[in-house]
Design a protein around this ligand. Structure first.
Ligand code: 13P
Length: 341
């Protein structure tokens, strides 16, 4: 492992003003997104849609440091035969790859999940590196509910995250370590704070046990936020302050960067929260976005599967990437959204 090079890639992924596009929806997930805009999820449509994003020159070169791809996409070519990976590289962005293989029910833990995909991961990473991937992602899912999460679910998911991270670094690939505490429930922000703290502590404990070099990884956490079904939604400043307080308590300063998931927040909420977090300042890590839905909902709607809508889709993507780029340095303001509209 060349740690200096891993650290260089990790720092490039969190370049101030830029963040990560999570375009790694599995075939099942992208079908759900396409269903919502009444587009059939064929291999060609998935290619056309992602090609539209990766050819958004302004977004890709100015605001997107890296793109997380799904296995199908990393091997796909654009309509003119150029590998999609090349489009990303030509824009000055870094290709990355989702390597987990989704979740399965965790035995003896009703309602809880474990992320799978460690078998043969070393061999797969080698092929992805040859294709151009310089970072990877593995998402663990922790749900909050009555009596859950169990320590068992937190432990096995943290163990798998660390196994994955160690394998990535051995393959000269920067691991994005993503322990996602879902915001699906009716819990309040303080319960999210408590559970996310347990999850982060266990994750870093496992990373240490398995000798993962913290300088060569990126953390992708959820923000500290109330569940979507909670009657008590916290304000933007409250989310920012609690998120920063928890990260300071749990995340070692050796980690170069933190890139949040959006997790079901609205586009503008995700931007406002990231901005407020960065406005607090004096943080030991670079903090940015690694958004899926909060970057893509607008371009998906504008595109709606029609080739004549590609420029509108690209404009919508450029706008969201720009707004989040500003939020990554605490320079976003709500009136910038209205101006563009
Ligand atoms: P969302 O921003 O839509 O939560 O997706 C980010 C991601 O990569 C989840 O694994």
């Amino acid at each position: 492992m060349n740690l200096a090079d891993l650290n260089k890639v990790a720092l490039a992924m969190v370049t101030p003003g830029k963040g990560i596009l999570a375009a790694d929806e599995s075939t099942g997930t992208i079908k759900k997104r396409f269903d919502a805009i009444k587009v059939e999820s064929t291999e060609d449509n998935r290619r056309d849609y992602r090609e539209m994003l990766f050819r958004s020159q302004e977004a890709m070169s100015k605001y997107i440091s890296g793109v997380i791809l799904y296995d199908e996409t990393i091997w796909q070519n654009a309509k003119d035969g150029t590998p999609l990976v090349k489009l990303i590289e030509q824009a000055g962005s870094i290709p990355g790859i989702k390597v987990d293989e989704g979740t399965q029910a965790l035995p003896n833990c009703p309602g809880e999940l474990v992320t799978v995909g460690l078998d043969k991961l070393a061999e797969r990473l080698k092929k992805y590196y040859e294709r151009g991937a310089r970072f990877a992602k593995w998402r663990a899912v922790i749900d909050i509910g009555s009596g859950i999460p169990s320590m068992t679910a937190i432990h096995v998911n943290a163990h798998a995250l660390a196994r994955y991270a160690a394998l990535c670094q051995a393959a000269q690939i920067v691991p994005i370590v993503e322990p996602e505490v879902l915001m699906d429930g009716d819990h309040d922000i303080d319960r999210c704070y408590e559970v996310t703290g347990r999850v982060l502590n266990k994750t870093f404990q496992e990373l240490r046990v398995q000798r993962v070099a913290l300088e060569g990884m990126i953390l992708k956490p959820n923000m500290v936020i109330a569940g979507k079904k909670s009657g008590k939604q916290a304000g933007v400043q409250d989310v920012a302050e609690k998120t920063v307080r928890l990260l300071k308590a749990c995340v070692p300063a050796a980690v170069p960067g933190i890139a949040f998931l959006s997790g079901g927040q609205s586009d503008e909420e995700a931007t406002a929260h990231l901005n407020a977090i960065n406005a607090i300042g004096n943080l030991p890590w670079k903090i940015t976005f690694s958004y899926g839905r909060a970057l893509q909902a607008a371009p998906q709607k504008a595109w709606s599967g029609k080739s004549e809508n590609v420029p509108a889709g690209q404009r919508a993507f450029i706008h969201r990437a720009h707004m989040n780029g500003l939020a990554s340095t605490g320079k976003w303001a709500a009136d910038l959204e209205k101006k563009a509209a």
